[in-house]
Design a binder for this molecule. Structure first.
Ligand code: MRU
Length: 338
């Protein structure tokens, strides 16, 4: 069973609390804009598409029928995390819906309807990426992935994991190697959890093992998600994605990115312009309660890095796949958006 990451029931947003997985499966209930902001900021809900869906529902929790309260909610939710463009994309859709609604009495229903539409479109997107990706990766059995770009990061089947679920359901032999993904361990805690829930064989490795594993010849393809893709095809994704792409290039292993077109940001020329979230030192300096970095030492904790387009074999979207050399097909990016 692939889990339902988000549900909107009786004017509450219910989230699987991803900070508690895999030890406990607990629901986090949001009944205010502030709760949703907190949930996104603390990674109770995370992954670019899921953040967008959560923010859309979050807007609906503002004071009912009050145009200014909805607008303030949009501005506030936009401050929750900076890198995943899906957050801003979803909030822009909510704003457009609000602006297109003449009557304040109808605002609430119109906004809830838009959020549900975004959520449903995401399910379709996951399904489509799964089908497109499975046909592209038909001859691959062993996949390496990073962070979590699965059902927990979206409405349901994920982006990077969607083709793997598809192949598995078609009866193909698949095996996944999941980088643990320091410092917050989305690979170990979340990817390994959801794949094992679904019955897909998964092995967790420390991030530093990826090179050795590739050298052993075991990996057929690397597949990851994305938080933002610039016009030239540069991809921001979880910190550690770029070194994986370099390693894959060296070992001649195909490196795929799976992402919806809502992750494209054609307003940015290159990945250099993508804002990279810097998170707090405690995430690196502590393992649970235990201090693992001396107090006097500095810590770097960027949540994402940028992989240049020339290291990417293909980008799998819900509207089709873009193949290397990606830098030379900028116009295809734009046509995929239409
Ligand atoms: O910090 P996170 O856990 O939100 O980072 C998530 C990722 O980097 C995912 O790979 C990305 O959002 C794509 S999710 C389909």
């Amino acid at each position: 069973m692939i889990p339902e990451t988000l549900e909107y029931i009786d004017n509450q947003l219910l989230l699987i609390d991803q900070t508690r997985l895999p030890a406990e499966v607990v629901t986090f209930r949001c009944d205010s804009v502030e709760h949703v902001h907190d949930a996104i900021y603390r990674l109770v809900v995370r992954g670019a598409p899921a953040i967008g869906i959560a923010a859309a529902y979050g807007v609906c929790l503002a004071e009912r029928g009050c145009r200014n309260a909805y607008l303030a909610a949009m501005d506030y939710l936009a401050t929750s995390r900076p890198t995943a463009v899906n957050l801003f994309w979803a909030l822009d859709r909510m704003r457009a819906r609000l602006e297109g609604c003449a009557s304040d009495h109808e605002l609430h229903d119109a906004l809830v309807h838009e959020a549900i539409t975004i959520h449903n479109e995401d399910r379709e997107m996951c399904r489509s990426i799964g089908i497109q990706g499975a046909s592209l990766l038909r001859n691959c059995h062993c996949f390496l992935t990073h962070c979590n770009a699965g059902g927990l990061a979206t409405s349901t089947r994920g982006t990077a994991l969607a083709p793997i679920y598809q192949l598995y359901e078609e009866g193909k032999k698949v095996e996944v190697f999941a980088d643990e993904t320091r410092p917050l361990l989305q690979g170990a805690r979340l990817t390994a959890w959801e794949l094992s829930q679904a019955g897909v064989p998964v092995t967790v490795l420390t991030d530093s093992m990826a090179g050795g594993l590739m050298r052993s010849g075991k990996i057929d393809a690397v597949i990851v998600g994305a938080d933002r893709i610039a016009r030239n095809g540069d991809v921001a994704n979880k910190i550690g994605t770029y070194p994986l792409a370099v390693l894959a290039h060296y070992h001649r292993i195909p490196f795929y990115v799976a992402a919806p077109t809502s992750t494209f940001d054609v307003s940015l020329e290159t990945g250099d312009a993508i804002p990279i979230e810097e998170r707090n030192r405690e995430e690196v300096a502590y393992q649970g309660e235990r201090l693992v970095v001396p107090v006097a030492a500095n810590v770097m904790n960027p949540a994402f890095d940028v992989t240049p387009a020339n290291l990417i074999t293909g980008i799998i979207t819900e509207k089709g796949s873009l193949r290397a050399p990606i830098q030379s097909i900028e116009s295809e990016f734009v046509s995929v958006m239409d």
